[in-house]
Design a protein around this ligand. Structure first.
Ligand code: ATP
Length: 323
């Protein structure tokens, strides 16, 4: 059994974090869709918010953005508590939650111009510069004159991100930005997120697919059934998984006894041998004890589970990690 890494409460001062929540909870009737959430999202991170469908990611994002009122708990965005400090924080936060409604017969540029014009805080005299800068940022400047309906799925999603970038942003919150995209579109969005992050923008990106966010995230939070079951830097989360020692032998009974006496836990038979969790017992010590005990060791390995194994263990079956 993989050891679960407990979700960490906020330790850094909340002003140093892009997002921090304490005890954030949302109940629909008697059911908690989000339960006692303690998110810790450092500034400058690319935070992958992972979990199966229905695990509470969208509800969390909607609470963070002030679109839904929490049943309990507090949250801060860019050091401002929400909802009290929403007016100070939200202009610096770009989001893609449901996605803006684009007009199929207008060009990408005309669509952004419409959205920019609807923003009462944006100076109309500088609209053209803002729109072109956003199109440039997502790599759509050359195709800005094409009608939206002629855009590929990846281009459509990049245009939606451009809409979130019309104003300078410190934090981008993207809800399942690769959902429904083909592999090419997914790659485009992934590259865009990586390039935004390299400019210093904090990106909080949700996904039900580990494979889609794993490569671009510096931090991960894993949701399962409304609860945060793991959180930390990608390497911390990876390190939270206990390794497994496996030995191939014709004397499994004797090997089981020796390994258990050494302090390994979860020692059990497997096809052709025995496996267990070393709990810090050095591999050379395990092998020496087995050999001294007269056990013929055909093969001995210690392996750490992949991030994929860890996520399946954390979230249970049904987490589509393969893409
Ligand atoms: N307005 C609502 N009323 C009742 N239940 C809701 C409401 N919104 C969400 N839920 C329930 O809360 C749970 C979490 O949903 P949520 O959409 O936050 O999950 P998710 O992880 O974002 O999943 P998905 O990727 O499918 O959107 C689900 O069981 C969902 O049915």
């Amino acid at each position: 059994m993989t050891e679960l890494l407990p979700a960490q409460p906020a330790s850094a001062p909340e002003r140093d974090l892009a997002i921090a929540t304490r005890g954030l909870t949302k109940r629909f009737g008697s059911r908690a869709a989000v339960d006692d959430l303690g998110l810790v999202v450092p500034r400058g991170s690319v935070y992958g918010f992972l979990g199966p469908n229905g695990s509470g990611k969208t509800t969390t994002i909607r609470m963070l953005l002030g679109l839904v009122r929490p049943s309990a708990g507090t949250s801060t965005l860019l050091g401002q508590s929400i909802p009290a400090g929403a007016q100070a924080a939200l202009p610096h936060v770009g989001s893609l939650v449901e996605g803006p409604a684009f007009h199929p017969y207008l060009s990408g540029r005309a669509n952004l111009q419409r959205l920019d014009a609807a923003d009462l805080t944006a100076d109309p005299r500088t609209s053209r510069q803002r729109v072109d800068a956003a199109l440039d940022r997502v790599g759509l400047l050359a195709t800005a004159g094409k009608r939206y309906r002629a855009y590929s799925l990846g281009m459509r999603q990049r245009l939606a991100i451009a809409a979130a970038l019309l104003m300078p942003r410190e934090l981008l919150v993207l809800d399942e930005p690769t959902n429904g995209l083909d592999p090419q579109g997914t790659r485009e969005v992934r590259h865009l997120v990586a390039s935004l992050a390299s400019d210093g923008t904090t990106v909080f990106v949700s996904s039900h697919l580990l494979s889609e966010v794993e490569q671009m995230c510096t931090h991960l939070g894993v949701m399962s059934d409304g609860r945060l079951v793991a959180q930390g830097s990608t390497s911390e989360v990876r390190g939270g998984a206990a390794p497994t020692a496996r030995i191939l032998t014709d004397q499994p009974t004797e090997a089981t006894r020796i390994m258990s006496e050494l302090g390994l836990t979860g020692v059990e038979a497997m096809p052709g041998g025995v496996r267990g969790t070393p709990n810090g017992v050095a591999p050379e010590k395990i092998v020496a004890a087995l050999v001294q005990g007269g056990v013929g060791v055909k093969e001995f390995t210690v392996t750490s589970p992949s991030l994929e194994d860890l996520f399946v263990a954390l979230t249970g079956e049904g987490f589509d990690v393969s893409g």
